[in-house]
Design a protein around this ligand. Structure first.
Ligand code: ADP
Ligand code: MG
Length: 466
């Protein structure tokens, strides 16, 4: 499990509540308390505080968080920084990535595949953009600093986001920050912290016992002539805040040690299960596919490739067809052209081109006298009908071939035959496939797209059937 880190996200829609101070200093405390633990900080904000704090002189960087979000494995980007803390350099060009992040689980996958271990602390921007959402969903623990009523009010958006997605809110915890111990109130809420905590609990939010005091000393660590940001651990040991960070870091270490399966690992395992589920489904679809072309009866492995895939709407039969066999069938059925002889070469060519660009759907219709007619429709890739024709299937029921539609009869017989000698109440779709990799059509996501296409075809067929 070593390669799946525990993720701590620090988030609040309010700026100036102490997020960055928490992320950077907690990293230092965690590392100081457990020197063999890899601790990594990343930020999705554009203030470069992390870089100012951890950068070692003359360090060669291989990339930034932007590269991480673009798919570069985290282990290739981390730098060993000051105080033993690792970091990935920040970037001020993350906004353009927002629209590429479609879902909220992408970061979790990236971290699962990052090769990072130990604890990863994620500092976020003061909003709930898609990167923040990703950081929230990936987190084993989310710390939400609150310093006043407006920042407490704002928490509801984070909680609502978790509700929307049905994610367990136990990972979320508020921490009162920048608490001015000099402010006292009369009555039961004797100070800022008690007041904030009471309001938090009243709204159903979990609030930590630990809080962070406001300290002029801590505030000054950001501002100095050499443009550095100094840590609380080394430069403000005499303050209350030092003790509070120690307590908070200890609490987080316990949580880290008792989390046997961090979220990145759970997500990774789920992805693997998905993969093997897809593989099994693929193999199941391959099973029972005829080794021959049902039109000509010859093996499909021959020199004329598998150019088309057919499947009945009830999914009871599927298989591949030789390109030439299906194009020949189409040519005679839709264009009334016999598929042999030099005169038909032009129409064969046209049929071939049409067939490669469209999906052919065959719907058997049974007359009162038991004879069949066949509704043939060619749909384009967006499922709009291009060409429609209804032909009689004379002699089909009696098993007689008529010389024009013989190939089609064979295809229908093999794919739609029912138990009673007639055709099933279903229809058949024939899709062009890549001859170089025909089985690809049975893999995800192609097969899912094919099913979605069939649903759209079914909707188009419905009005007639009704
Ligand atoms: N415990 C503290 N006492 C006093 N000032 C603090 C404390 N923690 C943070 N600050 C100051 O408050 C400001 C905002 O903190 P910061 O961590 O940048 O918040 P955020 O990341 O939420 O915007 C900074 O100037 C920082 O130095
Ligand atoms: Mg910040």
């Amino acid at each position: 499990m070593n390669n799946f880190p525990y993720i701590l996200t620090i988030s609040s829609e309010k700026g100036g509540v102490g997020k960055t101070t928490l992320a950077t200093n907690l990293a230092i405390y965690l590392k100081a308390m457990q020197p063999d633990l890899p601790v990594t900080v990343i930020s999705f904000d554009n203030h470069f505080t992390i870089d100012k704090m951890f950068e070692l002189k003359g360090q060669q960087r291989t990339g930034t968080v932007r590269d991480l979000l673009n798919g570069t494995p985290g282990r290739e980007l981390i730098l060993q920084g000051q105080y033993g803390v690792q970091y990935i350099p920040s970037s001020d060009q993350l906004t353009e990535l927002y629209q590429e992040f479609k879902g909220p689980m992408a970061l979790c996958r990236m971290i699962a595949e990052s090769g990072l271990s130990g604890i990863v602390l994620v500092d976020t921007r003061p909003d709930l953009n898609i990167l923040t959402q990703n950081a929230l969903y990936a987190a084993d623990r989310v710390l939400i600093p609150v310093k006043d009523m407006p920042s407490l009010e704002n928490c509801k958006h984070i909680f609502a986001l978790f509700d929307q997605r049905g994610i367990d809110k136990r990972s979320l915890a508020l921490i009162p920050c920048l608490i001015d111990n000099r402010i006292k109130y009369d009555g039961i809420f004797k100070d800022q912290r008690t007041l904030l905590k009471a309001f938090a609990i009243n709204r159903g939010y979990r609030c930590l016992e630990t809080y962070i005091s406001k300290s002029p000393k801590v505030e000054s660590l950001n501002t100095n002539p050499d443009g550095k940001v100094y840590p609380i651990l080394t430069h403000a040991r005499e303050t209350d805040v030092h003790g509070q960070f120690t307590e908070l870091a200890r609490d987080l270490l316990t949580s880290y040690q008792t989390t046997a399966e961090p979220r990145a690992y759970l997500y990774h395992r789920w992805l693997q299960e998905e993969e093997s589920r897809k593989k099994e489904a693929f193999l199941a679809r391959l099973e029972g596919i005829p080794a021959h072309c049902v039109i000509c009866g010859r093996a499909l492995d021959g020199p004329t490739g598998k150019g088309f895939f057919y499947e009945s709407a009830d999914r009871n039969s599927r298989g591949f067809l030789h390109s030439d066999c299906f194009v020949g069938a189409l040519c005679s059925t839709l264009y009334h052209q016999p598929a042999v002889g030099p005169a038909s070469e032009a129409s064969l060519q046209m049929a071939r081109e049409n067939a490669r660009e469209s999906v052919a759907v065959f719907v058997p219709l049974q007359e009162e006298d038991g004879q069949y007619r066949l509704r043939c429709i060619q749909f384009d890739r967006r499922c709009s009908p291009l060409l429609e024709r209804t032909i009689p299937l004379a002699g089909f029921r009696e098993g007689q071939f008529n010389g024009i539609n013989d190939q089609l009869y064979l295809l229908l017989n093999e794919s739609l035959a029912g138990y009673d000698g007639g055709l099933r109440n279903s229809w058949l779709a024939v899709h062009p496939v890549d001859e170089a990799r025909p089985e690809q059509v049975l893999q995800e996501p192609s097969y899912r797209h094919l099913q979605e296409y069939h649903q759209r075809v079914a909707q188009q067929l419905e009005p007639r059937a009704a």
